[in-house]
Design a protein around this ligand. Structure first.
Ligand SMILES: Cc1cc2nc3c(=O)[nH]c(=O)nc-3n(C[C@H](O)[C@H](O)[C@H](O)COP(=O)(O)OP(=O)(O)OC[C@H]3O[C@@H](n4cnc5c(N)ncnc54)[C@H](O)[C@@H]3O)c2cc1C
Length: 381
């Protein structure tokens, strides 16, 4: 198991940190006001091959391992203030992994090069207005009719949804079997009759991330657009969650590192009662807890990467990783605001944005409560 990055990985991380500081350091205010997607930054990331990383070269990919892909997201989480952009990139990569591991050769050839180049934006649609945590109780139906599926229903909160060109839709193909082989996955393209995207939903944070509702009204999808086998949806969902619960925390750990650095600098510079505030134990303890969680987070994250790179299951580890890192990030952001006092609460210092962004991390990709349930299930309770 990897405990230390290789020299090559360190250099790649440094390259991406420098790239982010130079190319992705845009003023977030305008984007936040309009909830706009940073297209230019997206294209620059595509040019840097960030979207292409874990895919084979024959599909236009970078041909690197999962660990290196996580390092890339970690570097972006550290050096790019736009957590919405980083999340959009993670979603794109996740959709590509689903196509790579479950798609037919036709689907791989058709979609992966476009995904790697960022020419098409991808989304995965599981959550519905009536089902989130209990994802597999979804109602969207995929009814077989000759050599097609008729897709009907709606999805919500879908990342990249409002700007998506291609959506991986999970739907019920056999209502009798439901989660036990009755859910299937279809690759739907924007422009297909009966498929409608809505405008982005307003959110508390992650303002550049485009989340929205998707509607399917008797949308006819060709049989060849099926991802994996019919009824394999729950298997794809479970595998996909392992990638997602590692990719997103990789970015979050980067953000934690940035927040820690900013807070340490401030605790040394800011004086109160004639002493730096860092000399007071209640401030220093917040910093040492941040550092401890950062290092512990790395351990579980690298373990997930090692398991996935060796094509092993990582359901338990990914749940621990997601739960621990998302909750640690939220706490780190809260503590950073507190350490910065009134300045921390002001938008100018940009820490309050990290706090607003961090709250979503404990909700998407399965809430913290759900991760506790999964971990408890592994304990047999
Ligand atoms: C920024 C963002 C991006 C997202 N992106 C996507 C996406 O790309 N694709 C997609 O499909 N979905 C996406 N989602 C949806 C997300 O996965 C769901 O919001 C999440 O799974 C929770 O579902 P819910 O909102 O319906 O809450 P609910 O399931 O209604 O839960 C409400 C509360 O009840 C708790 N709860 C529910 N069941 C249990 C239980 N058994 N035990 C203990 N507590 C329980 C939950 O933890 C939560 O606190 C996104 C959400 C956000 C906020």
């Amino acid at each position: 198991m990897v405990l230390e990055l290789t020299d090559e990985q360190k250099i790649w991380r440094e390259t991406l940190v420098a790239f982010s500081r130079q190319e992705l350091d845009y003023d977030m205010t305008a984007y936040e006001k309009g909830d706009l997607f940073p297209w230019e930054a997206w294209r620059k990331c595509a040019e840097m091959q960030i979207l292409a990383q874990p895919f084979p070269e024959e599909y236009g990919g970078g041909g690197v391992d999962f660990m290196t892909t996580m390092i890339s997201l970690n570097a972006l989480g550290y050096a790019c203030k736009d957590a919405g952009l980083v999340h959009a990139i993670a979603t794109q990569i996740l959709c590509g992994l689903q196509i790579l591991h479950f798609g037919s050769e036709r689907l791989k050839q058709r979609y992966l090069p476009l995904l790697c180049r960022g020419e098409k934006v991808f989304a995965q649609a599981i959550t519905e207005p009536g089902s989130g945590s209990d994802a597999l109780s979804m109602r969207t139906s995929a009814t077989k009719k000759r050599d097609t599926y008729i897709l009907s229903g709606s999805k919500t909160f879908i990342t990249n949804g409002p700007i998506a060109d291609v959506v991986i839709v999970f739907a019920v193909s056999d209502p009798e079997k439901k989660s036990l082989g009755g859910i299937s996955c279809l690759v739907v393209e924007d422009g297909m009759k009966g498929f409608e995207k809505c405008r982005p939903l307003k959110k508390m944070g992650l303002s550049t991330l485009q989340n929205g509702e998707l509607f399917f009204d008797n949308c006819v999808v060709a049989f060849e657009q099926l991802l994996g086998k019919e009824g394999q949806g729950a298997i794809i969902f479970n595998e996909s969650m392992e990638w997602e619960r590692s990719l997103l925390p990789a970015a979050h750990l980067g953000t934690m590192e940035r927040i820690l650095e900013i807070s340490v600098t401030y605790a040394k510079e800011r004086h109160a009662f004639k002493k730096p505030i860092g000399s007071y134990q209640s401030v220093a303890n917040k910093l040492s807890s941040m550092k401890m969680n950062l290092e512990l987070g790395k351990g579980i994250l690298y373990r997930c990467a090692a398991l996935k790179d060796n094509r092993k299951r990582a359901a338990l580890d990914a749940s621990i990783c997601k739960l621990f890192i998302s909750e640690s990030l939220k706490q780190a952001c809260l503590d950073a605001v507190q350490i910065h006092g009134g300045y921390g609460y002001m938008s100018e210092y940009e820490i309050e944005r990290d706090l607003r962004d961090s709250i979503a991390a404990t909700i998407y990709s399965g809430t913290s409560e759900l991760q506790h349930n999964i971990i408890a299930r592994f304990l047999g309770v």
